[in-house]
Design a protein around this ligand. Structure first.
Ligand SMILES: O=P(O)(O)OC[C@H]1O[C@H](OP(=O)(O)OP(=O)(O)O)[C@H](O)[C@@H]1O
Length: 164
């Protein structure tokens, strides 16, 4: 099952939605729903409601990290997070950094070193030049941003929507 609640870089969608439903019969089974984190709790709430509709015998929920602001409290968690912060997992690093890169660019045109210093100032994140360049090139291929040369200096900016 895949449930999505966030877009790139912590951008919350209006509500969590089931992207890929369960394609096997789980009626009468004991089900453990596992996720990395609870934030608002909407993902697990929706997941439990959905799994419940498939008539399992029991449902339990488990996450690695549980934020106490979550309205849904899982049955099991590895760590409780009291002070809210956005957590970047290795498996979501690219997606999170790409989203933050777009936020940093906003309506500005920045070179790589400026983007890196914005990462440090705004998010306390050290992003390597090579990693950032890969992200910038990918975003440019997706036509989200564009590379411009100003006085022989390479800079990056968001593409205007009517530009695509
Ligand atoms: O408690 P919530 O506020 O709903 O947030 C927690 C959910 O958000 C993230 O998933 P995301 O929507 O980013 O999908 P992904 O795991 O596919 O990146 C995370 O992996 C949890 O599933």
């Amino acid at each position: 099952m895949k449930v999505e609640h966030y877009g790139w870089g912590a951008g919350m969608k209006a509500e969590a939605g089931i992207k890929f439903p369960i394609s096997t019969d789980i009626s009468g089974k004991k089900v453990l729903i596992v996720d990395d984190i609870t934030d608002t709790g909407e993902t697990l709430r929706l997941s439990v409601d959905y799994v419940q509709s498939l008539k399992p015998a029991e449902i339990r929920t488990a996450v690695l990290q549980h934020k106490t602001c979550s309205s849904f409290v899982p049955d099991f968690y590895g760590q409780k997070i009291i002070r809210w912060r956005w957590i970047i997992y290795p498996w979501a690093r690219y997606e999170d950094l790409a989203g933050f890169t777009e936020k940093i660019l906003g309506n500005e045109t920045f070179d790589v070193s400026r983007i890196r210093s914005e990462f440090k100032d705004r998010y306390s994140l050290e992003v390597g030049e090579k990693e950032l360049l890969e992200i910038l090139q990918d975003l440019a291929e997706r036509k989200e941003i564009e590379r411009v040369e100003i006085d022989k200096l390479v800079e990056w900016r968001k593409r205007k929507k009517d530009n695509s």
